[in-house]
Design a protein around this ligand. Structure first.
Ligand code: ADP
Length: 487
């Protein structure tokens, strides 16, 4: 049995702002099948502390980044949780990163240094009777853990840094250094210096024993300047330590046969049942019942996601006979653009400006097309949910989108392998072309249904990827691969 601590700032179903939570929430049970026991170390936000079932205090720190803190271990949301209960840092309502003004909390540097430091404490055995083998750190919020491990007395633990999105890096100025409790050698050796300041993700990528990211294509992309966002040099230097392992989906939370958010359940042999969900969806988004596909979006509304391009072409999508059902929140300009399109096209464009987990399921189960026109996309989950739910993905050819959707060009349709529509480059023109192509395919009813079913049958589970993580853990711990393969 390999003992892993997953260090993360969000985990489904306790606290979620994006795909990171889905991944850290789903991996523990997928890894259990491979003799890996995962405990999740997460800040003790109100949503986490409130969900703990019979938590036990397993460590206490009287002076922890400006206040007192305790580690509380217990079960929550079906997971083994170690919560960093530090009210001065985490007992705040709402979003884990943003204050009520929608700006970053000014002490985020301290809040996530504290999470990372708690990771180090756990790695060195601060919890009685528990000594993990691997610290698996997710994104910049836990980026300092590998540095604390590397620049303190050896604990024997191995560290992994996983990049879920290299756009978020945790960059700060040097004046915080003394409060980080990090050995001066980390500064001297260049482990944390980042373009004249301090970089948390940089520290993790520099110090960890192994690096992963969430798709093979993104692993290639981030080694170059177009996608590396300043970290490409370091990733080039460490390329032998970096692998891309595709995300899967939690197929218990996302199962169209039993999903409680769907009025009508269906499988790949009963896609006609989707009609009931489509009607419910049209009602929620005030769409009329004219023919033509419903294109949908479930997303943060940001430049990364390319949704400014959707604002640009919304009128033309309607003119071509398409309808739009959009769920999301984010940049004010994109929100306003979408709200404007909805005003101009009653019955054709619906926009719900919200974060709504249940509605996101209804969209996947009822809409015809899942639009993901991202400028960069480390893996992307909504296209995977789309595949599983028969909501055919229309995606840009970047990162994990390129790795998970097979474009319906004529050759692929003929060969019976297409699962969606893929376009490049990421421009308004190319997006609109792809929309036109999609509408033509939708009109070929038989071809469409086949593509939909093929997507539903494709393997988007964690099975293969969990095995890859388990093998990586084994390799780091010196377990010979051939031993693995004997089982
Ligand atoms: P990212 O992590 O970059 O936001 P992903 O595609 O990896 O993108 O994951 C996004 C996750 O967040 C998915 O589970 C998606 O369904 C969910 N999501 C995004 N926006 C919303 C929303 N407005 N309401 C409900 N779920 C949302």
């Amino acid at each position: 049995m390999i003992d892993v601590v997953s260090v993360t700032s969000e985990v489904f179903p306790l606290i979620k702002t994006g795909g990171l939570a889905d991944v850290t929430g789903a991996l523990p049970s997928a890894l259990a099948a491979h003799d890996v026991a995962v405990r999740t170390l997460v800040p003790g936000y109100p949503a986490v502390m409130g969900a703990m079932e019979g938590g036990t205090v397993v460590a206490e720190f009287p002076d922890f980044f400006g206040g007192t803190a305790r580690l509380v271990a217990g079960r929550a949301g079906g997971l083994e949780i170690i919560a960093v209960d530090a009210p001065h840092l985490y007992d705040r309502p709402g979003n884990p990163y943003l204050g009520p003004d929608r700006l970053d909390w000014p002490d985020n540097w301290k809040r996530f240094a504290a999470l990372s430091f708690a990771g180090y404490e756990v790695s060195r055995g601060v919890i009685d009777g528990y000594k993990p083998n691997i610290m698996h750190c997710h994104d910049w919020q836990s980026g300092l853990t590998p540095a604390y491990v590397a620049y303190n007395a050896p604990t024997g633990v191995k560290t992994i840094m996983t990049v879920h999105n290299i756009a978020f890096q945790g960059r700060y100025t040097w004046d915080i250094f003394n409060d980080l409790r990090l050995d001066f050698r980390a500064a001297q050796e260049g482990a944390i210096e980042y373009y004249g300041g301090i970089g948390y993700l940089k520290a993790g990528l520099y110090s960890a024993d192994a690096l992963t990211t969430v798709s093979p294509t993104y692993a290639l992309e981030i080694k170059g300047p177009a996608y590396g966002m300043g970290l490409e040099g370091l990733l080039q230097a460490r390329k032998d330590a970096l692998v891309g392992i595709l995300n899967g989906i939690d197929d218990r939370a996302w199962d169209p046969m039993v999903d409680p958010a769907l009025p009508a359940h269906f499988g790949h042999n009963s896609t006609e049942q989707r009609a009931g969900n489509r009607r419910a969806l049209a009602e929620r988004f005030d769409l009329d019942d004219s023919p033509g596909p419903i294109f949908s979006v479930v997303s943060r509304l940001t430049w990364q996601k390319g949704l400014d391009l959707l604002v640009e072409v919304a009128d033309q999508i309607v003119a071509a006979g398409g309808k739009l059902a959009i769920l999301g929140a984010g940049d004010a300009e994109i929100e306003n653009g979408l709200a404007g399109a909805a005003m101009r096209h009653p019955g054709k464009v619906g926009f719900v400006r919200a974060y709504d987990e249940g509605l996101s399921h209804l969209i996947q189960g009822g809409a015809d097309v899942m639009l993901v026109p991202s400028r960069f996309e480390p893996c992307g989950l909504t296209q995977l949910y789309g595949l599983r739910y028969g909501c055919v993905p229309l995606v840009s050819r970047v990162g994990g989108l390129a790795d998970t959707v097979i474009d319906a060009n004529e050759a692929a349709v003929e060969a019976g392998v297409a699962t969606g529509i893929v376009f490049a480059p990421v421009t308004a023109e190319a997006l609109l072309d792809a929309v036109h192509r999609t509408i033509r395919l939708y009109e070929r009813e038989k071809t469409w249904r086949k593509m939909q079913r093929r997507g539903m049958k494709s393997d988007v589970s964690w099975d293969l990827s969990a095995e890859k993580y388990a093998k990586l853990y084994g390799r780091l711990l010196g377990v010979r691969e051939s031993d693995d393969d004997d089982h």
